[in-house]
Ligand binder design. Structure first.
Ligand code: SAM
Length: 298
């Protein structure tokens, strides 16, 4: 079924930047319909940010119980589509009730994944600086990524996503390794608190979508949890950020979204990526620091 006209796969070709060679297939479709067309164990990584049931332009506010029942149906299909050594990353924030109570969605999602036999490997905190200024509680400046695997034999390689060490020249001062560098020459494990700017007005990736993933956030997951040629799927694709993160890193990207206007933008962004004109924020760029000349950017 892969490659049929309903979900045509993008031509395999190298873009002018010379890096991405992954294929892609995106569709304007309800995710349950889209997923029903794929056989079991189709994807190595399923990464998404579902609606939070807070009344954004692309969602209808439902009771929390109904919302979680729908999410469980979607997640059980995702588990079916996952390869045995694969990962699911569910990126969520808070649901806010009508009377203003905060419900952290990762707490609600954890029992659903456990019931489906998935194992939690990390609860990653994604910290960012921009967002609504709250007046009756502290402003929300983080969301989480729940990383689950299907089994204990899972793909994980931290080397492609290592970050510069804090003290690069530091050496052991005694013992058998005295004089040798104490840090890994490839850099350090980025840990489970990720400081990555969210996509707001001045972000180079901003489109009309109100809640885009920064591509660099998904790239970290793609590079550490998949190998070249693997399939990456986003069941709530929005404007295609996860698909772009996949093809940019030589993986195949799949995605669907129910809103035509977002799918059109996703297709345009993928086309721009393939011709080398899409701008994305590079993974290695430091977060802007107003106290440094040029914000600390070169
Ligand atoms: C939080 S946004 C995801 C944005 C995405 N991460 C990006 O970078 O653009 C959730 C998306 O889910 C889509 N959506 C809602 N219900 C859906 C469904 N049943 N099937 C597919 N997409 C759906 C919405 O249109 C919205 O674009």
């Amino acid at each position: 079924m892969i490659g049929q006209t309903l979900f045509p796969i993008g031509e395999i070709k190298r873009n002018s930047l010379g890096s991405g060679v992954g294929k892609h297939a995106v569709a304007c479709a309800d995710n349950l319909e889209f997923m029903a067309k794929f056989p079991d164990q189709s994807f190595q990584l399923i990464v998404t940010s579902p609606p939070y049931n807070i009344g954004k332009e692309y969602e209808r506010r439902d009771s929390l119980t109904c919302y979680l029942e729908t999410q469980e149906r979607v997640i059980s299909h995702c588990v079916r589509l996952l390869k045995p050594a694969g990962s699911i990353c569910w990126q969520v924030g808070n649901h806010i009730t009508i009377d203003g109570e905060v419900v952290p969605l990762d707490i609600m999602f954890h029992p659903i994944f456990k019931k489906l036999g998935m194992k939690l490997r990390n609860r990653i905190i994604w910290h960012f600086e921009h967002g609504l200024h709250c007046t009756r509680r502290f402003s929300g400046r983080y969301e989480t990524i729940l990383w689950f695997t299907k089994s204990d034999q899972f793909v994980f390689d931290v080397d492609p996503i290592r970050i510069p060490p804090k003290y690069p020249g530091k050496k052991y001062f005694k013992g058998p390794k005295a004089g040798m560098f104490s840090c890994n020459p490839l850099g350090k494990n980025p840990g489970d608190v990720w400081v990555i700017p969210n996509v707001k007005a001045n972000h180079v990736e901003k489109t009309i979508h109100p809640c885009q993933f920064p591509v660099e956030l998904v790239e970290r997951l793609v590079l550490s949890m998949t190998r070249a040629g693997d399939g990456v799927f986003d069941p709530y694709m929005g404007v295609g950020s996860a698909v772009i993160a996949a093809i940019k890193n030589n993986r195949d990207g799949y995605g669907c979204d129910i809103e035509e206007k977002y799918v059109k933008i996703a297709r345009a962004r993928i086309a721009d990526y393939r011709t080398g004109v899409l701008q994305t924020r590079p993974m290695e760029r430091p977060v802007y620091d107003p106290t440094l000349p040029n914000g600390g950017h070169r």
